[in-house]
Design a binder for this molecule. Structure first.
Ligand code: ATP
Length: 533
């Protein structure tokens, strides 16, 4: 039997996984039954990007709002009709917590009667088989997959299948959803689903779409990996104008959008998490008049997206201004400024900057300056025992990086000269082996003298195999929502502290004595295994 918890754990990002744990903990404490549902399950199983987390609880999640906020979630909106909370979990993870419910459609074009229900009943009101699965996150049944419509089989077959014949009649927004998913996954509709889809289109059921569904579907566009492809598919089916009568692909800034998605991928490849949704909306509606844009915004249920989209140009302008000012007078200061800016803003500005020098600085930030890291003399640093085990290592590595960026350390020799005084003293030699006390002690090879003294072995080359190169010091993590430092400056005046080099610090002593495992690999005596090799 498939282990879906394991699959979930390896497929979610670390932040998403933390988000699952957060929601699980709140639900457990409140005593409500919780399931991961919908698109999240589909994407976990199919291997597509997991864009957001959809949870369903048996109970009213609106009552848990304060609990979620106390646990670190931010409220981004709510839908009182279907009792859904829209949250942003730490790490910018989007989540929806919905109430398990039934939807009874009595009349075409009229909203359904909503009633609380069990998870099994809730799955029956969903749009497609691949979206009608739930994974239990409850004690006793954690990991159990509820898949009453064989969604897993349809994921394997790569088809979209509605749950019953009236699906598009009951909720015509499913026509838009079918088009969107088909364009995104390149999965066709199963034959009968396609027939129902064609007939619903012919009968113009889409005219009965609810306002809230329109808002929901607009917001979903912002999170597509290839929004242009989806918008084109919607236009081809005559559904784009359903989202707004004046919206056509001619109103999209296609160049801007293409550039945005390309730059976004480059930034993601560098290890940043960046949410391009506000920028996507900006480019998707770039050539629409302000009034139409305002109308579109009003329909979106998540206020975080509305605000980010509304403010994006203003915030980018502010960042551009700072990049032109004193705060970014040197490469290191620019580095600090851009590292502490929100990645979303840097991304948007990278694509829209009008001033050449701004564009140039951002380009350097993502390309040239990163290569400067490679100039840190890692093998020599390891020999000098300047390794990540040292408490002062992160600051030292950062200072060297900043000085290299600013051209204040111009050569390998200069860099080593700067670093040497920071080398900690070698650890004290181990007590001499007691000879003649049992066969084992006598047989154990004595460590070579030079190694004991903490120096590289002569004749073994500069970089002994026993010493793995120290990892490249991490670049400053992009701090989301963090305000840049008022005066970010490298510690260029950081004077080498001869004290550190001359005398083992208290800390160095105690950590060497108390945590022998933490000693640099250079000092490990060669064990039997490595000898054999
Ligand atoms: P995406 O990857 O676009 O976020 P998703 O499937 O998660 O896809 P959401 O709009 O977030 O889409 O909806 C979450 C889940 O709620 C869906 O997977 C589906 O089970 C259900 N759902 C959403 N809209 C409808 C609808 N109109 N009719 C039936 N079920 C729906």
């Amino acid at each position: 039997m498939a282990d879906y918890i394991y699959t979930m754990e390896i497929r979610l990002t670390p932040d998403q996984l933390k988000g699952v744990n957060l929601v699980q903990e709140v639900a457990r404490t409140a005593g409500v039954t919780l399931y991961l549902t919908g698109g999240a399950i589909r994407d976990i199983i199919s291997g597509f990007t997991i864009r957001d987390l959809d949870f369903t609880v048996q109970g009213n999640p609106l009552k848990l709002q304060k609990d979620f906020e106390r646990a670190g979630a931010q409220l981004a909106g709510h839908d009182d009709d279907v009792r859904t909370l829209f949250l942003v979990l730490p790490g910018n993870v989007r989540a929806e917590i919905g109430m398990a419910h039934t939807e009874i459609y009595e009349k075409v074009g009229k909203p359904p009667a909503v009633a609380p229900a069990s998870i099994q009943e809730d799955l029956r009101r969903r749009d497609f088989t691949v979206n009608a699965m739930a994974l239990s996150l409850n004690e006793g049944s954690r990991g159990l997959l509820l898949d009453p419509f064989n969604g897993v089989a349809d994921i394997e077959a790569k088809v979209l299948r509605v749950l019953h014949n009236y699906s598009f009649v009951e909720d015509p927004s499913r026509l838009i959803r079918a088009t969107r998913f088909a364009a995104r996954f390149h999965w066709p509709m199963e034959e009968r689903t396609q027939q129902r889809y064609d007939s619903a289109k012919e009968n113009k059921y889409i005219e009965h779409i609810s306002k809230s569904a329109v808002g929901h579907e607009i917001a979903q566009l912002a999170h597509e990996d290839d929004p242009l492809n989806v918008v084109r598919a919607l236009e081809k089916e005559d559904f784009l104008k359903v989202l707004h009568p004046h919206w056509t692909t001619a109103k999209v800034d296609t160049n801007g959008l293409t550039q945005l998605m390309k730059t976004r991928q480059q930034i993601v490849d560098l290890g940043y998490t960046v949410d391009p949704s506000a920028a996507v909306m900006h480019f998707l509606t770039a050539h629409l008049p302000e009034k139409d844009i305002a109308d579109i915004r009003k329909q979106i249920p998540r206020k975080d997206l509305i605000e980010a989209w509304r403010d994006i140009e203003e915030h980018a302008k502010e960042l551009a201004k700072r990049l032109l000012g004193k705060e970014a007078a040197t490469p290191s200061r620019t580095w600090n400024l851009l590292s502490s800016a929100r990645p979303e803003m840097v991304l948007f500005l990278a694509v829209t900057a009008r001033q050449q020098s701004v564009a140039h600085k951002i380009k350097n930030f993502f390309t040239k300056w990163r290569d400067v890291q490679k100039r840190l003399p890692l093998p020599e640093m390891t020999e000098l025992l300047i390794t990540p085990q040292l408490p002062e290592y992160p600051k030292l590595a950062r200072d060297v990086f900043m000085l290299l960026l600013d051209g204040k350390l111009r050569s390998h020799t200069e860099t080593l000269k700067f670093l040497k005084p920071f080398a900690p003293p070698p650890p004290p030699p181990p007590p001499p082996p007691r000879r003649g006390r049992g066969p084992k002690a006598a047989a154990a090879p004595a460590p070579p003298a030079a190694e004991v003294a903490g120096k590289p072995l002569k004749g073994k080359g500069k970089n002994p195999a026993a010493a793995p190169p120290a990892p490249i010091p991490p670049l400053p993590a992009p701090a989301k929502n963090a305000k840049p430092e008022a005066n970010p400056k490298p510690d260029s005046k950081a004077k080498p502290k001869p004290k550190v080099a001359a005398k083992p610090s208290k800390h160095a002593k105690s950590s060497a004595a108390e945590h022998p495992a933490k000693k640099p690999a250079l000092h490990k005596s060669p064990g039997k295994k490595s000898k054999k090799r």
